[in-house]
Design a protein around this ligand. Structure first.
Ligand code: SF4
Length: 342
């Protein structure tokens, strides 16, 4: 039997290139993406000999170990060990009318945002398309859902997806494919800290997935203090890319903004922030900062969060406050750092 790392990852293959021809290939796609099989034995309508042959050449799972950490609010953080021993995380979040999974696109992250525990870890490596897809498939399996019951995927876990464009694009293709996860593009959100060339690429792709922009400050000086890699692209360059994206796609852009006490939460910053988005269709999610050990920040008090939101609203920016889930198990926004909760 070939070792898993020597086998071809099935989830890395475009659906049309899965092994088997016609009917058999369709059966395999259905087992993987519609029924969520994680073992060859489960694929009972495929001939035994064929399963044995494929099991030699192909692997289904990308993880050697998975540790789930349930939060009191119903979310579950998954800590995945990959075949090379590296680790990454995803968070499953059930809501009344939908099930969402937040997946990672990297091990760690090179952006180094000072308010984010993942940024503190540094960069491990890019995840492959198969490793991204398997986060969704494993969470569905563990929650006893068929994979297609997971209707919402957000790429907001570890990593900057637009710095891993090729693999992210392949994973999105499998999520959208009718024989894959058959997801609606409007239910997939890709969150970026602002990589202009990636935003231009997204405009070109023509996949109707949602773009979420995390500017985190309205001025370059503050931004560079909290996002060390921000000196590579000015806000003006990012906004030029965003305006191009909007002109091309006409799709509403989600904005994410983590509020840090005394850093980016002043009234003038709310007004300045609103100026950037004049003429665009946007929705702002303000994210109260989620604490982690050793962080050099404090969260903005609730009263100022609400005032910041009110100023944005007055300036014509529809705004919500997103109170994160999974804080008790280190699963909330900005807390992912491969830590096992006590
Ligand atoms: S906030 Fe996002 S881009 Fe910044 S370090 Fe964390 S994961 Fe990376």
């Amino acid at each position: 039997m070939a070792l898993p790392q020597d086998q071809i990852p099935l989830l890395a293959l475009p659906i049309e290139e899965l092994p088997g021809q016609g009917y058999r290939r369709g059966q395999l796609a259905a087992w993987l993406y519609a029924k969520g099989a994680r073992q060859w034995d489960e694929m009972t309508d495929l001939p035994k000999a064929l399963r044995a042959e494929w099991a030699e050449q192909y692997r289904i799972s990308e993880f050697t170990e998975v540790a789930p950490f349930p939060s009191q609010d119903g979310s579950v953080k998954y800590l995945f060990t990959l075949l090379d021993g590296q680790k990454t995380e995803a968070v499953y979040m059930p809501y009344l009318n939908r099930k969402t999974i937040c997946i990672s696109s990297m091990v760690g992250c090179p952006a180094g945002c000072t308010f984010c525990a993942t940024g503190r870890m540094g960069f491990g490596r890019n995840l492959t398309a198969a490793e991204m897809l398997d986060q969704v498939l494993f969470a569905a399996y563990h929650q006893q859902h068929a994979p297609r019951e997971i209707r919402n995927v957000v790429l907001m876990g570890m990593g900057e997806p637009l710095l891993n464009l090729e693999n992210v694009f392949k994973a999105l293709e499998r999520m959208l494919h009718p024989e894959g996860l058959a997801m609606s593009p409007r239910r997939i959100t890709l969150s970026t800290v602002g990589i202009p060339r990636g935003i231009y690429k997204m405009a070109e792709w023509g996949l109707e997935v949602r773009l979420a922009l995390s500017l985190h400050a309205p001025d370059d000086e503050t931004r560079q203090r909290i996002i060390p890699t921000a000196h590579r692209y000015s806000i003006a360059e990012i906004m030029e890319a965003v305006r191009h994206y909007y002109a091309k796609t006409k799709r509403r852009i989600t904005l994410e903004y983590t509020l840090l006490k005394g850093v980016n939460d002043h009234d003038w910053q709310a007004r300045a922030l609103a100026q950037h988005f004049r003429g665009l269709s946007v929705h702002m999610n303000l994210i109260p900062w989620n604490p982690w050990e050793g962080a050099p920040h404090q969260g903005t008090p609730r009263a100022q969060i609400l005032k910041f939101a009110a100023i944005l609203e007055q300036q014509g920016i529809p705004t919500s406050v997103r109170w994160s889930r999974g804080r008790d198990v280190g699963a909330a926004c900005g807390q992912l750092a491969l830590k096992q909760p006590a």
